[in-house]
Structures are given as structure tokens and as C-alpha cells.
Design a binder for this molecule. Structure first.
Ligand code: NAD
Length: 394
């Protein structure tokens, strides 16, 4: 069986879906790997490194995918109309496509996968169960995004993070507030602490308190009672009511008086990101303060943040809105994502190196979008526009 690795063609994407390490491991699984020349270049993986690991380097994407049984991607393929290349064209029927395909946000893509007879798997739909931990790409990428957000903030900040006692005087430690203490937020806390900052954090979920405190940060509790019911069965946050939001803003406004840097990471699955910092709150911050809005692509946690830009407010606060944070740390993000894919491959490839997709497996059921020309994913079929047309009564 052949696996294709191609160069990512969407803007702001420097990651690649394989690493020399995973190429070696895929070869050991009995798979043949074709990598498009330059596929790993922006992540720091050379053609020579891929070839040494066992890949065959081919000159174009078409040459890589043309006879592939499995195509590994980071971003969803460009499809005719997206401008430029049509990355779906050239895949033969029955090919397995695996990537961060964002199917719920891009239903037309899913129709196109079905139309092309492709078996498409969306990595962001991997359930967060113990067996699937090694395949959890959302976590592997969010962890690095949290780290990089703090590094970006430290770079923009015109003061130091750690306290320094020098002969020329003492520098005060920076005060960092992390809003949203999920995977990205917890790594942001740990990173800011390692840099010597004094860190506090807040989250709607009650369980976050202990995790925040175990990292040596102070937890800002908004409403203990409300926090107990703020978590869904899946471990995610619910959208909070107006009264909660008002109290949260009150508490945070108070904390902002002592804050130099804010890292915002709050998300609610399937919804717009909650607005946590209003323009009025940002206006109260001291000049030179820095905010990173990691939720900018989901609508933003910060009023006034702009996707892909760093905005400076009238009172001199920088709001960083970088797109695709994991891509800004492309080598490690690719390395971890490639390992997530490798673990996923072990689920669909048997010991003889043949495709063996068990439609009854919990992870397959959750991630498989299309098969044999039809949309098969329960989450997608629940959307009225995606359900097959009813057979007319005759
Ligand atoms: P996420 O990216 O959906 O959201 C980030 C954080 O924002 C969450 O902690 C959320 O509670 C918080 N948030 C949402 N609205 C907020 C608001 N108004 N104010 C403040 N904070 C707000 O979350 P995530 O990082 O994917 O993690 C979600 C949960 O899943 C966490 O409990 C995490 O520990 C858990 N998890 C479990 C596994 C597993 O394998 N079992 C793997 C990864 C994560």
C-alpha cells in the first residue's frame, strides 16, 4: 500500500503531515511512502531526511497522490474554486484522506469527498477517550499553541518576564493572566511560570482550579455554584449566562489592574468564542501591556483583535491575533501531528500492511466522514442539509 505526503498549499501553513521519524515507522509497517519534493521544507524536514527515512521523493503532488491508497494532510485540500490548485483532483476513488478537515465548518468539502469516492477522516473528530489519546491532534497542537502564545507575548512585551535583581536596580516580575485553562491555557501557564512571571488564570469549569493551582498559578473564581455545571459530559465548557459574564468581567477588570500580559484561549465547541475582554476593559490596561487572542479565528475573546494582525489600541496595548499558532512552531507541531497520524494509521492498517477499516470501531465511527460515495458520519448526518434526500413515495 502506498502513502502520499504532500506540501501544504494553504496560506499560513508551514506544517507537514509526516516527519522523518514517522516515515521510518510507516515503512516498518510495510507501507510505501511517496513524498512530494519540498513537502517538509517549511517545517525544517529536507527531502534528503525523508529519503533517508525510506520515502521516495517525487517531483509533484500529482505524482505523489496519483497511485496512493492513503493521503496524509494537515489542512483540508484546496478544492476547485478555492483558487489555485485542486488538491482533490488526481486522487483515485477509494483513496483514504486523513487530515484536519474541519468538516462541520465546510460541509461543501464533505460533499466533494463523497462525490470523488474518497474515504475521508477528520482528525479533529477523534473522541477524547483514553485509547485515542495518542491520536488527539487537537491537544498536541493546542499545547504548542499555548506555549508559542506566551513566547510571542514575551517578544512583543518591552519588559522582562522574570524578576531580576541587578546592581543597576531591580526589575519586577511580569504579571500574566491566562483566560481559559484547557490544553493551551495550561501550557501557557506553565511556560509563563518557567519564564519567571507571576501567573493567575480563570476558567468556567470547576475542575480547572486544581490544575491551575498545581502549576503554581492563582485561580480566579468567578462563581463556584455556576462552575459546577459549566462542564459538558465531554469535558468541554458550556456557554455561560449573562449574569455569569457580568461577574466574570467585574472580577477580571479588577485583576487587569495588576496584569501586564493576557493570554486568551477560551473556546466553546461549535459556537463563537466567548467575548472575555471588552474594549472598555482593554482601555483600562496600562500602556505597553500585551494581549494574545488565541481564539481570534473563532471570533475572538478580545474586542478589537483582528485575525492575522497585531493591533495597538489608543492607550498603547498590543493585541496579537496571529492565525494558525501551531504553524508558527512548525517543526515540533509537525512532529507531534505526524505521530498522531501514525497512531491513527495503526487503527486502519492491519499487520500485513493492508487497509482494514472497522466501521464499528468507536474512533472510526466518529472520524470517518465519507465512504463509497456517501456521507456516513453521524455528526454530519444530523445536519439537515447533509442528510440524504428522502426516497419519494411511489
Ligand atoms: P477548549 O479548547 O474547547 O477551550 C479552552 C478552555 O476555555 C477550556 O478550558 C474552557 O473551559 C475554557 N472556557 C470556555 N469558555 C470560557 C469562558 N467564558 N471563560 C473562561 N474560560 C472559558 O478546551 P480544551 O483545551 O480542548 O480542553 C477541554 C477539556 O478537555 C479540558 O478539561 C481538558 O483537560 C480535556 N481534555 C481531555 C482529554 C482526554 O484525552 N481525556 C484530552 C484533551 C483535553
Amino acid at each position: 500500500m502506498k502513502v502520499a505526503v504532500v506540501k501544504e498549499r494553504r496560506t499560513h501553513e508551514r506544517r507537514v503531515a509526516a516527519s522523518p521519524d514517522t516515515v521510518k515507522r510507516m515503512a516498518a509497517m510495510g507501507l510505501g511512502i511517496a513524498a512530494e519534493s519540498g513537502a517538509g521544507e517549511s517545517a525544517g524536514f529536507t527531502d534528503a531526511a525523508f529519503a533517508a527515512a525510506g520515502a521516495v521523493i517525487v517531483p509533484t503532488a500529482e505524482a505523489a497522490v496519483g497511485d496512493a491508497d492513503i493521503v496524509l494532510k494537515v489542512q483540508r485540500p484546496l478544492i476547485g474554486g478555492d483558487g489555485g490548485a485542486d488538491e482533490l483532483h488526481g486522487l483515485k476513488r477509494g483513496t483514504v484522506l486523513i487530515g484536519l478537515l474541519q468538516p462541520l465548518q465546510n460541509p461543501a468539502d464533505v460533499q466533494a469527498y463523497a462525490g470523488a469516492g474518497i474515504s475521508a477522516f477528520a482528525m479533529e473528530l477523534v473522541p477524547r477517550i483514553t485509547r485515542a489519546q495518542a491520536m488527539d491532534a487537537l491537544s498536541s497542537q493546542a499545547n504548542l499553541a499555548g506555549y508559542k502564545a506566551v513566547i510571542d507575548a514575551a517578544d512583543e512585551f518591552n519588559r522582562a518576564f522574570p524578576m531580576m535583581m541587578t546592581a543597576a536596580g531591580t526589575i519586577k516580575a511580569a504579571r500574566v493572566l491566562v483566560m481559559g485553562a484547557g490544553v493551551a491555557g495550561l501550557q501557557a501557564i506553565a511556560t509563563a511560570r518557567r519564564l519567571g512571571a507571576i501567573v493567575s488564570a480563570t476558567d468556567v469549569r470547576a475542575a480547572a482550579k486544581e490544575q491551575v493551582e498545581s502549576l503554581g498559578a492563582t485561580f480566579i473564581t468567578v462563581d463556584e455554584e455556576a462552575a459546577r455545571s459549566a462542564e459538558t459530559a465531554g469535558g468541554y465548557a458550556r456557554e455561560m449566562g449573562e449574569e455569569y459574564q457580568r461577574r466574570q468581567r467585574e472580577k477580571v477588570t479588577e485583576a487587569l489592574k495588576r496584569t501586564d500580559v493576557v493570554i486568551c484561549t477560551a473556546l466553546i465547541p461549535g459556537r463563537a468564542a466567548p467575548l472575555l475582554l471588552t474594549e472598555a476593559m482593554v482601555a483600562e490596561m496600562a500602556p505597553g501591556s500585551v494581549i494574545v487572542d488565541l481564539a481570534v479565528e473563532a471570533g475572538g475573546n478580545v474586542e478589537g483583535s483582528r485575525p492575522g494582525e497585531t493591533v495597538t489600541t489608543a492607550n498603547g496595548v498590543s493585541i496579537i491575533g496571529h492565525l494558525n499558532m501551531p504553524s508558527r512552531i512548525a517543526a515540533d507541531a509537525s512532529q507531534l501531528y505526524a505521530r498522531n497520524l501514525l497512531s491513527f494509521l495503526a487503527l486502519i492498517v492491519d499487520r500485513e500492511g493492508r487497509l482494514a477499516i472497522d466501521p464499528n470501531d468507536e474512533i472510526i465511527k466518529a472520524t470517518l466522514l465519507t465512504r463509497d460515495g456517501a456521507i456516513v458520519n453521524p455528526a454530519l448526518l444530523a445536519i439537515p442539509a447533509m442528510a440524504p434526500a428522502p426516497v419519494p413515495n411511489t
